[in-house]
Design a protein around this ligand. Structure first.
Ligand code: AMP
Length: 231
């Protein structure tokens, strides 16, 4: 089972990807994580990539494309993969498509978590972490999981615990930069998704495109995904 998994930052893509990976028991390949691992090990690739990552820019294609295509050739990918974070632009989409055709590999699903840009931003910036349990959902912008008020202070809606923010969740400029790349229909990630959708429209693809509304809760989105995949 070979899957491409798309969704903007804040859409719950990481959570749904992890659920899907367990279901199919295939490696979850995240281009961002490969870079982070290389940076922490201080490899040549990590050193080259770091300056772009720190600026919130895409790492150039001549580094990213071979790195990702090589990863897909590793033995653990023989029974399939879930690719997340790649492709992020049209050139990456085209080159991945060509590499798969050359290797006689078939793509099974292109999954897209659809979410409006402002909602995705609110979900990131509204997120509050409970100091007692990371899994207690709290978000000041989502009605269903709004924190409680206690003595004029916001507290965890599940246990009444203290709430904190993650500093990178509050970096509005960084969020805007990442979303600008994702929502760019000319050459960004939405353009990469459209590359795969266009092939379906032209009858040139054997894979299925699955679109998911990312707004409901984790369980609901996951149930919709499983239903659409026929699992
Ligand atoms: P992520 O964890 O997916 O948000 O990725 C972290 C960072 O790694 C991104 O902001 C980019 O700088 C870089 N990166 C990850 N995937 C790609 C890609 N497909 N093309 C270029 N840069 C990427």
């Amino acid at each position: 089972m070979n899957i491409l998994f798309f969704g903007p930052n804040g859409s719950g893509k990481g959570t749904q990807g992890a659920i899907l990976q367990k279901k199919f028991n295939i490696p979850h390949i995240e281009s961002g994580l490969i870079f982070r691992n290389n940076i922490s090990k201080g490899t040549e690739l990590g050193i080259k990539a770091k300056k772009y990552i720190d600026r919130g820019e895409l790492v150039p294609d001549d580094i990213t494309i071979p790195m990702t295509l090589d990863r897909l050739k590793q033995p653990d990918c023989a029974k399939g993969w879930l690719l997340d974070g790649f492709p992020r632009n049209v050139n990456q989409a085209r080159q991945l498509d060509e590499a798969l055709a050359k290797a006689d590999l078939k793509l099974d699903y292109v999954i897209e978590i659809v979410m409006d840009r402002q909602i995705a931003k609110d979900r990131i910036m509204g997120r509050r972490l409970c100091v007692n349990d990371n899994n207690h959902p709290n978000n000041v912008f989502i009605k269903a999981i709004k924190p409680m008020q206690k003595d004029g202070k916001m507290v965890c809606r599940v246990c009444g615990g203290e709430l904190k923010t993650r500093s990178d969740d509050q970096d509005e400029a960084a969020i805007d930069k990442r979303h600008a790349i994702y929502y760019d229909k000319e050459n960004g990630t939405l353009a990469a998704i459209n590359y795969f959708k266009d092939k379906v429209k032209k009858g040139q693809a054997r894979y299925r495109v699955v679109e998911l509304d990312g707004r409901p809760g984790v369980q609901e989105v996951s149930a919709e995904l499983m239903a659409k995949l026929g699992i």
